[in-house]
Design a protein around this ligand. Sequence first.
Ligand code: KIV
Length: 273
Amino acid sequence: MTVSEFRARKGAGDALVCVTAYDAPFARLAERAGVDALLVGDSVGRTVLGHANELPVTVDDIVHHTAAVTRAVTSTLVIADLPYMSYATGDIALRNAARLLQAGGADAVKLEGGAESAAVTAALTSRGIPVMAHVGLTPQTAHALGGYRVQGVRLSAAQAIVDGARAQADAGAFAIVLELIPAGLARAITEHMDIPTIGIGAGPYCDGQIQVIYDLLGFAETTHRHTRVFADVGGMVQSALADYTRDVRRGTFPAPEQNFKGNRGVLDRLNFD
Ligand code: KIV
C-alpha cells in the first residue's frame, strides 16, 4: 500500500482499515490480518510506555517504535506520529519528519490540528513528505479542548472542524483522521472532501476507521464507547501468566520435556571445593 493507493481508495466503497502498532509482533500480525495502514501513534505513551497521556512522548520514542514496525512489514503503509511540540514550526517539523522517514522507515507522518497546522503541512508536503492530518479531538491539545470529550457539537465548533479539515486538504494532506465528532458531521466532511477521512469515534460514514490496537485486544484499563474488544487478549495474557506462576510454585514447570540432558561424566568430575 502506497500513499497514492491509500488516497485513491477515497469513494471506492472499500473501507480503509487502519490500526495503531508499536512493535514488530503486532505489526506482523496486523499485516497478515489484511490491515491497510499502521499508525505508530503517540498513544504509545499511554498504551506501552506507562505515561498518563501523550505529552511526554518524544521523537526518539516514535523513531524507535516506528523502526520496529517497519522492520516487520513488507506491504502495509506505515504512518508515524509527530509528537507534541515536534512540529511547532515548519523547520522543526521538517527536521523531525525527516527522522521518522529516514531512521524510522515510515512512509508518511501524521500531525494534529486544522487551520493552525496547515502551514506546517504545506511545508512538509512541498518537500515531498506525505502528511495525514488529524482534527476533532486532538489528544495533544486535550487540555485546551476541555478533556477527552466529543468535539464539534455546537455550530461554531463544527464549522471550525470543517474549516480545519479543508485547510489541511488544501495544504496537501493525503488523508485526515476525524476523532470523536458526531457521526453526521463526519459524514458531511467525508462527502465534501476529496481525500479519505479516517474515523475514530466518528461514526460509520468515514472512508475508513482507525483504532488503538490495545483497545481492540482487551488491554485498556478504561473502556471507551467508540471502541470494541474483539478478543480479550489482555485477559488471556493475565490468565496464562497466572498459570505459569502457579506451575513454577508447584514445581510442575519446567517439566521433563523442557529439560536438557548433560554428560554424566562432567557432573561427576565437577569441583565445588
Ligand atoms: O496516537 C494515536 O493512536 C492516534 C489515533 C488514535 C488516531 O492519533
